[in-house]
Design a protein around this ligand. Structure first.
Ligand code: ATP
Length: 344
């Protein structure tokens, strides 16, 4: 289902929770709403579901405005973090619930439930009760239950938040495959950037009621439009005055700019490792964190702490050691604009 949201606004009392939010979601896409707690993600989801009405703005499914259509008639499936299964019902009956409400024929119900049991890898668990399942299995039942009535839109609000890290990782790739197979338009709320990056086709970064940026995870990582997005996605260091850094001394020509530096844009080495006249800085290694496949290095340059990686094959660094630092590029931000600058 193609979704259009236009100028959505919502207050709770005097609190402005959602501010002029507009976006489109293409049919079959999985969108991640990502942002800090209290930013308005759940409120946007609840308005799409019809559980909350906007103060102003329009929501359209398939080009038809649904603002006045009640939740049960919007063709939406939900999976929420705390959307508990019916404890007294078996897996089969939990999945069948929505179809029974719709008064589907018994044979049709059985067929559809078995199809979903297969799809969600729950075969053999049909007769179990929720307390006889693991957290991950329960959440898979919740997905099957949401998908059973063949909704056109699936809303997922932190569906894995209550599940431990290892299983959550498995469920993420499982969900990605499931949604691809079913081909259903889905919206996924999370405050976990790794989860959003791994699962979503596109991410919307929501902060203080606004959409800060929308794009593929890769686009957002490589071209963040605001300092908020840049620091929220991926590792980085923000240097308040870009012009103090060698190679970026011209950054002030567009007014005072801040520089955001990603780890992969920093190269560490000795004098002889760099071409002569390279705009390297003097740095001091402050901390080394072993990351399994590489070191995470904190290096101090002009009193500022930068973060970068270093592969295991290179010679070992020591805390306190002096080192040359070359910053290849940076994202720059001033009041009005953002741009990428290369060090030359
Ligand atoms: P979280 O990740 O913590 O769920 P969120 O980004 O989903 O956060 P929302 O749940 O949409 O944010 O809440 C946005 C703001 O609106 C919060 O400050 C919240 O306290 C407020 N809010 C949400 N629902 C209501 C309500 N029914 N009455 C009053 N304030 C509300």
């Amino acid at each position: 289902m193609h979704i259009q949201v236009r100028n959505l606004d919502k207050h709770f009392g005097s609190f402005h929770a959602v501010k002029d939010v507009s976006f489109d979601i293409e049919k079959g896409h999985l969108i991640g709403l990502l942002g800090p707690s209290g930013g308005g993600k759940t409120s946007i989801l609840r308005m799409l579901a019809g559980l909350e009405s906007p103060d102003s703005g329009e929501i359209a499914f398939h080009g038809q405005v649904v603002n006045d259509i009640p939740p049960q008639e919007r063709g939406i499936g939900f999976v929420f973090q705390n959307y508990a299964l019916f404890k007294h019902m078996t897996v089969f009956d939990n999945i069948a619930f929505g179809l029974k409400v719709k008064k589907a024929p018994k044979s049709k119900i059985k067929e559809r439930v078995m199809e979903l049991v297969e799809l969600t890898g729950l075969k053999g668990f049909e007769k179990r009760y929720p307390h006889q399942l693991s957290g991950g299995q329960r959440q898979r039942v919740a997905f099957a239950r949401a998908l059973a009535p063949e909704p056109q839109l699936l809303l997922l609000d932190e569906p894995f938040a209550a599940i431990d890290a290892k299983i959550r990782q498995e469920l993420r790739s499982w969900l990605r495959e499931l949604i691809e197979r079913v081909g259903i338009t889905s919206i996924f709320v999370t405050h976990d950037q790794d989860e959003a990056i791994e699962v979503a086709d596109e991410i919307m970064i929501i902060n203080q009621g606004r959409v800060e940026q929308k794009g593929t995870p890769w686009d957002i990582y490589k071209e963040p439009k605001t300092p908020f997005v840049a620091t929220f996605i991926g590792e980085s260091t923000m240097v308040e005055e870009a012009s103090v850094l060698k190679g970026f001394d011209g950054a002030g020509s567009r007014g005072q700019a801040r520089a955001l530096i990603r780890p992969e844009y920093i190269e560490l080495g000795h004098e002889q490792d760099f071409p002569i006249l390279s705009a390297t800085e003097e740095g001091i290694v402050r901390h080394l964190h072993f990351r399994g496949s590489e070191w995470l290095v904190e290096v101090e340059v002009k009193g500022r702490k930068l973060v970068t990686y270093r592969s295991l094959e290179k010679d070992t660094l020591q805390p306190g050691q002096e080192i040359r630092v070359l910053i290849h590029r940076a994202y720059l931000f001033n009041e009005e604009d953002s741009w990428i600058e290369e060090n030359r």
